[in-house]
Design a protein around this ligand. Sequence first.
Ligand SMILES: [Zn+2]
Length: 224
Amino acid sequence: MSTAQADLAGHPLCQDLVQAGATLAGLGLSPGSSGNISVRIGDTVLMSPTGSDLASLDAGNLALLSLDGDVLGGPKASKEFPLHQAMYARYPDMTAVVHLHSPNAAALSCTQPWAPHSALPPITPYLVMRVGQVPLIPYAAPGNSSQGAYINSLDFDFSAVLLQNHGPLTSGASVQQAVDAIIEIEEAAKLVLLLQERPARLLDDAEIAELTRTYGTTWKTSGP
Ligand SMILES: [Zn+2]
């Protein structure tokens, strides 16, 4: 463990990261060794190591990188670091990023997006309140930097994305917020899949606007 890592191992955000990994794995949302979590502390990022089991992360054995992606210590970071990096670069207030291959959201990521600004429709108030719109990021092989560039290029606000044929990625001002968001996406995706081709009532523009105004999320309100 490097000195910098030892200093950060006791940081509350580091403890939150380890706890979040156990929570998400316990919910069955991290099949195999999939998924990764990171936190931003100052100008550094601590991230779950490549191939690690989220159920048993070690606060003293996380990958430590600069926001530019320079390796500062610890084991090798997940190859999906560039996606985390893109969210931190775009949103300086975000301190945590969570990515999973959770089954319902991953299944939905293989279907046509509901609209250009959101893969998921406004199907429940909780999705609109806790997450907001979730744009679909076109497919690229894991680790390819093009998806980070795409995230940076979008000209509307969002706090989470769905990676095509892959899975969800959320950010939060706290680890808990990012965790709550990715669970909400999984639940909303499950409802969309349950409904399949049945015509579903979606929240209307006025209902969406009331929620985004109250909860500070973003959703374009003119339908798909
Ligand atoms: Zn992944």
